[in-house]
Design a protein around this ligand. Structure first.
Ligand SMILES: N[C@@H](CCC(=O)N[C@@H](CS)C(=O)NCC(=O)O)C(=O)O
Length: 207
């Protein structure tokens, strides 16, 4: 059994989508970020960084329990565990990691920083504009890629689709102007968002 510590944020959704897509049994342990549960001693003992998501797999490698934090690491770990949503061809891993890390670091981090600024009681417009331009540029590059291929890494769904989808979803909900006019990204977003595993994965209410 896998325990998932998460909240309904872009990074939390990534881990939950992967568990639901893979059909793995898991127990969701909701972490209330608004109440600061992630900063309490119990949670910090689990992840000293005070960040969600975290999984604990009681049946890790060699049958031993294993803890994994970092949403992209969780995607890779569960991909290896199940043999799902990773490229079949080992030679593809260089460009695959390149694209995954772009989403997990550049796209995600820019989105998170921008969201923090937008929600800040002391907004700083010039910084906000820089991050908006940067995020729009990254999304435009993905739009161009998605004009050539069905999914983020060729025509098959991979963990990169789950990683990018949660940022796309939250961005579309909170700052829709940044996704406007990116027709291929929006076409792809509709397709990924219609998958039963993804619909279940982004839902933190039905338990
Ligand atoms: N690089 C980490 C980022 C995790 C992260 O930023 N999680 C956010 C929610 S999306 C969080 O725990 N925020 C709590 C806080 O910053 O206080 C990952 O991909 O898992």
């Amino acid at each position: 059994m896998i325990e998932l510590y998460a909240a309904a944020t872009s990074n939390g959704m990534r881990a939950k989508i992967m568990l639901d897509e893979c059909g793995l049994p898991y127990q969701l342990r909701l972490v209330d970020l608004a109440k600061g549960e992630h900063t309490g001693p119990d949670y910090l003992a689990l992840n000293p960084m005070g960040l969600i998501p975290v999984i604990i797999d009681s049946d890790g490698p060699g049958g031993k329990p294993l803890k994994v934090a970092q949403s992209a690491a969780i995607l890779l770990y569960l991909g290896k565990k199940t043999g799902k949503y990773l490229p079949a061809n080992e030679a593809a891993f260089g460009p695959f990691y390149d694209a995954l890390m772009n989403v997990a670091t550049d796209v995600s981090m820019t989105f998170s920083a921008l969201l923090a600024l937008v929600r800040s009681p002391e907004p700083h417009e010039p910084s906000q504009k820089i991050l908006e331009r940067r995020l729009r540029h990254y999304l435009s590059v993905w739009d161009e890629r998605l004009s050539q291929q069905r999914c983020c890494f060729g025509d098959e769904v991979t963990i990169i689709d789950f990683a990018l989808y949660t940022v796309f979803l939250r961005c579309n909900q909170l700052m829709p102007q940044l996704c406007e006019g990116l027709q291929h990204l929006n076409r792809w977003g509709k397709e990924i968002g219609a998958r039963p595993g993804v619909i279940k994965g982004v839902n933190f209410d039905a338990r």
